[in-house]
Write a protein that binds this ligand. Structure first.
Ligand code: TXE
Length: 480
């Protein structure tokens, strides 16, 4: 049994109530570990440690903060194999993916924000007529809360805690109870890098208990959250009367719009990836694919052929393209949507079935699934499925596809495939989303603002946006 413990004030602790939750391995459906079912008391303890570390950490020089953060990045790099194995086992994602994307990105997060803080400047405004000069201080907030999901566990966990710490805050963080393992491993790396005790505290447990205690805590003054839209709405409701700062990165139902003048081969390869990477469990996946009618039949044939070639397999096998979904309830949720698609007269062009792997019969595997939908108004085209399931349908006119793309309640990202510059510029400005990719997908530059509009959330993270979120601006006006 792998036992996960809370990391508070630089030490590892059992939960105060001594209650534990089972941790499942999605690849075989077996319990392989236990994690703390923490409650208010544990969060209180974590907050106390963070609060007492704050005075010193917030006054620590930028160079010193940066030095420690880069050491953490190096510690993650040195543990690449161990962390990638842990991530793959906990989440079900292919090992090669964890090794080439998730863990390197976690280290980049620390390295990037460790460097960014030394370049973070504030504004000043001189008014010579009035003999005044205004300057804006950007001060750390205090104790902040970071709550992350299960799809990109260490990647998204560090995406929040790295800028929070860089900006001089102390953190109470909670990873998803479904994928706690790499956040637990991070504790040791953090200690080895010399981050002062209490600057980062990691409490494990459910959203209802540990998560709720973080969002309700009156002295945790900012919450950065990534997860489901319903949870985001709940957090907004609880924290609004306390006027907490909020950054919410929620779900998506992203359009992938393909015009006949695109680079076809490049589009096809990338579209397979943007549909099924990480078993389709990325908020940025392009799950609604709209294809210009002139190339629709060709695309349909080629795409389905390519999707059928994707190997569904055990996460540790190097040729596995689609691993296990994260949990049994999630697999069931995704499969329900395949039933809904059939009821709504969708045509399953490929996939649609659970996969039973020899020796791993109880794992949570599903065939990558392509559904041809008769209308964009159906539920599978509107609701976030968050699995290896995409819809396809043709369009004839630019305005028509723009209307369909924007009809969604979500507004996270969109992908556009065209070589027509005028069209690209017009459409990118009219798509109601926070991120647009043209002729590519998920190319990330950590300096850029990341986040969505509508029910995909509020606020932006990434680059100086994240450092702005994790600081309070204070304007000072001096008359001379
Ligand atoms: O997420 P939750 P779930 C979407 C996806 C998925 C759906 C639900 O559609 O099917 O959300 O997934 C913590 N107070 N995304 O239920 O519950 C929880 O413990 C404080 C999109 O797994 O939102 C975990 O740490 N915290 C998404 C985190 O919230 C609470 C990625 C996210 O879990 C809480 C994941 C509470 N009351 C799912 N309740 C994305 N945007 O990438 C839960 N949590």
């Amino acid at each position: 049994m792998d036992i996960v413990k809370n990391y508070i004030n630089g030490d590892f602790h059992n939960p105060s109530n001594n209650e534990w939750i089972n941790n499942y391995n999605p690849s075989d459906g077996k319990v392989y570990g236990k994690i703390p079912n923490s409650n208010k008391k544990d969060v209180q303890k974590a907050h106390k440690a963070a609060k007492s570390a704050f005075q010193k950490w917030s006054k620590t020089s930028l160079e010193e903060r940066s030095r420690i953060m880069i050491k953490i990045a190096e510690g993650i790099d040195a543990n690449l194999d161990r962390l990638a194995k842990a991530e793959s086992k906990d989440n079900g994602k292919p090992l090669w993916l964890a090794k080439s994307v998730d863990i390197p990105r976690a280290s980049s997060n620390f390295r990037f924000f460790g460097n960014a803080i030394t370049q973070f400047a504030s504004e000043s405004h001189e008014n010579v007529g009035d003999n005044t000069i205004n300057y804006t201080l950007r001060q750390p907030i205090g104790v902040v809360g970071c709550i992350s999901p299960w799809n990109l566990p260490l990647y998204l966990f560090t995406w929040k805690i790295a800028p929070a710490i860089a900006a001089g805050n102390c953190v109470v963080a909670k990873p998803s109870e479904i994928t706690p393992m790499t956040a637990y491993c991070l504790g040791e790396i953090i200690n080895d890098a010399g981050l002062p005790k209490g600057v980062l505290n990691i409490v494990h447990g459910t959203g209802e208990s540990a998560g709720q205690a973080i969002i309700e805590h009156p002295d945790i003054k900012a919450i950065s959250f990534t997860g489901g839209t319903a949870t985001g709405a709940h957090i907004a409701k609880i924290t609004a009367p306390m006027f907490k700062k909020l950054s919410l990165e929620l779900g998506g139902k992203n359009p992938n719009i393909i015009f006949d003048d695109c680079d076809y081969d490049d589009m096809l390869t990338t579209t397979v990836r943007s549909s099924f990477a990480n078993q389709g469990q990325i908020c940025l996946c392009g799950s609604r694919i709209f294809i210009e009618d002139t190339i629709y039949e060709q695309f349909k044939t080629d795409f389905v052929e390519r999707v059928k070639e994707l190997k569904v397999g055990h996460p540790s096998e190097s040729d596995t393209k689609v691993g296990a979904l994260v949990s049994k309830p999630h697999l069931e949720k995704v499969m329900q949507y395949i039933d809904i698609a059939k009821e709504e007269n969708g045509t399953i062009l490929c996939g649609g079935n659970q996969v039973v792997l020899k020796n791993y019969e109880n794992g949570y595997y599903l065939e990558p699934t392509v559904i041809e939908v008769p209308t964009d108004e159906c539920r599978v085209n509107k609701e976030e499925i968050f699995g290896p399931v995409v819809t396809i349908m043709p369009f004839t006119k630019e305005n028509e596809v723009l209307t369909m793309a924007n009809k969604s309640d979500y507004g996270l990202s969109a992908t556009l495939w065209t070589n027509n510059l005028k069209r690209a510029i017009k459409m990118t400005s009219q798509l109601q989303v926070g991120i647009v990719w043209v002729n590519t997908w998920m190319m990330r530059d950590l300096r850029t603002p990341f986040g969505g509009i509508k029910t995909s959330g509020i606020g932006r993270e990434g680059g100086f946006e994240a450092l702005r979120f994790f600081t309070e601006p204070k304007n000072v006006c001096i008359k001379y």
